[in-house]
Write a protein that binds this ligand. Structure first.
Ligand code: FAD
Length: 818
């Protein structure tokens, strides 16, 4: 008698099993049941057909029923739903969905490859939403396509920021719809970590998709035309794609009492056999072993389903074929970016209390000097003791998939993290660098393991800022101007050796640059000179991805709902003939900006520079740089992978960028009326003046009393003003000291000591300040509040408002509040 195998499900896993089985066993009776009309179709291509990127619907059908029957002699039965399994008698009940008749079919072996279905929770109004769709198969795709063709929706809402949600958002956007993407979590694309997802968020927003994070759907009203979110926000939608995740299609397995795992997936052994040895299960319906952690996990991806199909066929034919687990290696296109990941992410390692280290790098996709190179943000997770690689993530425009695949292979081959440095990977300038980014991971991991470098993570930076830690930025000044970590001190790497005396030996120094390379060089200089140094992993780029401190480009700004605020670029005229054309293609950030800056030095005011760059960050950098520099950004255009900007040089002889670099001012707000604090203010002011700075002291509130004449002036005052005047010290002689005032004894003792030690009195210091042209300004608003009149102030004092003071701070690089 013929061996008889029935396969339930005719797409990824099912079709793979069937065809491999036939190739191995020509005699076997193979029946493949499929509930729907189509078998072996490309689910992964469905969003792109909807978006019109894939134009042929037929191209999505990998194998027709007729072909499968003719080429493989498989009994393919479409519209046939398996509805129950009698394990004891090895009999399956099948319903013909066209005739509605049921029949029984015996089997020797059964393979369940029923996949997963989209989750659709009972949200109020969901069933009345006539414009709401999920996407799983060809009929779903046809329904969406027909609806779009007939109803011509203008506004689309995609609920769920997973792979399918994002692909649909992109494709609906491609069709010209205004798209809002809503995600309940604080990030899209769960397999990657939040700092990597931030790059994706920015990119999605840059593409004019409204991205709403940390918010879910509370209700659909108006037949789905209005979506009310948990936050109370309302979205109008002509079409809704509901894509919040999938659940295993386990009904038939559950009813047959096959063992299920905690996620509802069918449990299988490493031969992919269920709890009934005659029944195998594969694909989205099963729970698998995480190859990295050995933990149970659900991985609904096409790669594992297809490979499992082959393994089951092998086992059915007597081979000993084992499934060793899934790693969740995945890749997705998100507009111009590729997002890839493999293995465990940081979130899951934290959840499982596993010790790990991370490395973030931002290498070029290929040699920077060869056109078209762009930066990839990459992250690696590993165990610093065993050197086991846990996982990797990458986001970039080019070269992401190849790096993720190499690391996935390394994980599968159980390579140690330091062995990544030895991988001999193909190299020529258009494709990679002699040290491929994957090699770089190996080098850095080795440095960390051998303690050649100590690192801190981007997540620690805000604590460092709060703790007033010493943060050193070793990038060039121009990069620093474009955005930096708050409180950081800038000493460019080339000047570091000469400035070692300025660095503290008694404090930890936290060092960073743009991508990590210069900071590592600086780190090595400092460590060998006896400093206690920590390098910021991922450098400014990773920090910026999350906190975006230097990003003032309007296209990146969002309101508190996470929606984009789009401001018009003032002039958009790309037809103007430039004075100078500069090619910065292939240069990584900040190379294009530095090139623009240098080119401007050769141009006259009013001249126009056209600069082409491939660095994706250039688009926002050039906006920031132009506005900070007082130049006019005439146009920003995109040509395939390149960004072409035209900038007109500002009319001022010195750009504000240069002005910032030349800042010579020192501003001090004197708020206190304490003698000791007033002395400190004047000492610092004189010191700053001696160093060639323009010094301005702004006296406000109690600080005004320092400037009062010692004698009572015959000015008219209201009752309250007279009361105030009585309670406040009149002039320098009457000022208290902040500590040990002792009813006026303290100031007297201090003045005595100062005289003995030959230190100028406060009166003399004020006189000297005037002689030195130090600007003394009394705050007009505080004078009004305290009832202090102009006549009561000593000579040589300017009376002005806060705008004057703020104007002074503009040209100041140091500002004190005393
Ligand atoms: P499926 O391929 O879903 O096949 C299951 C079949 O079983 C279905 O056709 C169903 O009708 C049938 N069935 C269910 N119950 C019964 C029953 N009782 N009787 C008879 N028939 C039954 N993965 C990637 O790796 N990369 C991608 O880019 C990607 N993109 C995707 C895009 C979309 C829109 C979708 C929906 C999925 C995508 N996937 C992607 C996931 C991938 O398609 C699945 O992981 C893979 O198809 C799973 O294979 P499977 O055999 O388990 O299930």
């Amino acid at each position: 008698m013929k061996n008889k195998t029935i396969i339930i499900g005719g797409v990824a896993g099912g079709a793979s099993t069937a065809t491999r089985l036939r190739r191995l066993d020509e005699q076997r009776e193979i029946i493949m049941l499929e509930r729907g009309e189509y078998i072996s179709f490309a689910n992964c291509g469905l969003p792109y057909y909807i978006g019109g990127v894939i134009q042929s619907r037929d191209a999505l059908i990998v194998e027709t029923v007729e072909d499968m029957q003719a080429r493989f002699n498989i009994d393919v039965r479409i519209f046939s739903e398996a509805i129950s399994i009698d394990k004891d008698n090895k009999v399956l009940t099948v319903k013909n969905l066209q005739t509605k008749e049921s029949y029984q079919e015996s089997y020797d072996h059964l393979v369940i490859s029923t996949g997963a279905f989209p989750v659709k929770p009972p949200i109020p109004g969901i069933h009345n939403a006539t414009n709401l769709f999920t996407l799983r198969n060809i009929p779903d795709m046809d329904r969406i396509k027909d609806y779009i063709n007939e109803s011509k929706p203008k506004q689309a809402a995609v609920i769920g920021g997973g792979f399918i949600g994002i692909e649909m958002a992109e494709n609906l956007h491609h069709l010209g719809m205004e798209v809002t993407l809503v995600e309940m979590a604080d990030q899209v694309m769960a397999p990657i970590d939040v700092e990597m997802a931030e790059i994706v968020h920015q990119h999605i927003r840059n593409k004019n998709v409204h991205l709403i994070l940390s918010d879910g759907v509370k209700e659909f009203t108006n037949q789905g035309k209005t979506i009310i979110l948990n936050s109370g926000k309302e979205i109008q939608a002509d079409i809704i794609i509901f894509s919040i995740g999938v659940r295993p299609e386990n009904k038939i397995a559950k009813e047959a009492e096959l063992d299920l795992g905690k996620f509802g997936g069918v449990l299988v052994n490493d031969h992919l056999q269920t709890s009934d040895p005659s029944i195998y299960a594969i694909g989205d319906v099963i729970e698998v072993k995480d190859f990295v952690s050995d933990d149970p996990i659900m991985i609904p991806l096409a790669g594992p389903a297809n490979k499992q199909g082959r393994i089951v066929a092998d086992n059915l034919c007597g081979m000993d074929s084992i499934y060793k687990g899934s790693m969740g290696t995945s890749v997705a296109k998100v507009f111009d970016y590729t997002v890839g990941s493999t293995g465990n992410n940081e979130k899951s390692l934290i959840r499982r209390h596993i010790k790990y280290k991370t490395i973030h790098i931002h290498p070029g996709s290929h040699a920077g000097y060869y056109p078209g190179s762009s930066s990839i943000a990459m992250k690696l997770l590993f165990d610093p003791e065993t050197e086991k690689i846990y996982g990797a993530q990458a986001v970039g425009m080019d070269g992401v998939d190849k790096r993720i695949d190499v690391i996935a292979t390394a994980i599968r081959g159980r390579l140690k993290v330091t062995e990544l440095k030895n991988l001999e990977l193909s190299y020529a300038p258009p494709f990679s660098s002699a040290k491929d980014p994957v090699n770089m991971f190996g080098f850095i991991a080795e440095n960390m393991i051998n303690k050649l470098v100590k690192v801190i993570e981007w997540g620690d930076v805000n604590d460092l800022i709060d703790a007033k830690s010493y943060i050193l930025d070793v990038r060039d000044e121009i990069e620093f101007q474009l955005g930096s970590i708050p409180t950081a001190i800038n000493i460019p790497l080339p000047r570091l050796r000469k400035n070692l005396v300025d660095l503290p030996k008694d404090r930890k120094i936290y060092i960073y640059c743009q991508t990590g390379i210069r900071a590592y060089n600086a780190y090595r200089i400092l460590i060998q000179n006896g400093f206690d140094v920590y390098n910021l992993d991922g450098a400014f780029k990773t920090y910026q991805c999350v906190f975006n401190p230097g990003d003032t480009a309007s296209c990146q700004e969002t309101d508190d709902s996470g929606q984009m605020i789009i401001e018009d670029t003032p002039i958009k005229d790309s037809s103007i003939e430039p004075t100078l054309k500069v090619n910065a293609i292939g240069l990584q950030c900040p190379g294009p900006i530095v090139k623009a800056f240098k080119s401007f030095q050769t141009l006259k005011d009013g001249d126009i520079l056209e600069i082409s760059a491939s660095d994706p960050g250039f688009e926002k950098d050039v906006k920031t740089w132009a506005s900070q520099g007082g130049h006019q950004l005439l146009s920003v255009d995109k040509d395939q992978q390149n960004i072409i900007a035209k900038i007109q040089k500002g009319s001022s002889p010195k750009t504000s960028m240069q002005a910032k670099q030349d800042q010579k001012g020192s501003t001090i707000v004197v708020f206190s009326q304490d003698l000791d604090k007033a002395l400190a203010a004047f000492i610092i002011a004189q010191g700053a003046k001696a160093m060639g700075k323009d010094v301005s002291l702004f006296f406000t509130f109690w600080g005004l009393n320092i400037l009062r004449k010692p004698k009572k002036q015959g000015v008219k005052k209201s009752f309250l003003e007279r009361m105030f005047a009585k309670m406040m010290p009149r002039g320098t002689k009457k000022l208290p000291i902040s500590k040990m005032n002792m009813a006026g004894m303290g100031p007297k003792m201090m003045k005595h000591i100062m005289k003995k030690k030959n230190v100028d009195s406060l009166e003399m210091m004020i006189a000297k300040a005037k002689e030195l042209d130090i600007k003394l300004t009394a705050c007009a608003m505080s004078m009004d509040i305290l009832g202090i009149k102009k006549e009561e102030l000593i000579d040589g004092i300017e009376i002005a408002g806060v705008a004057t003071y703020l104007g002074d701070t503009d040209s100041s690089n140091h500002n004190l509040f005393i």
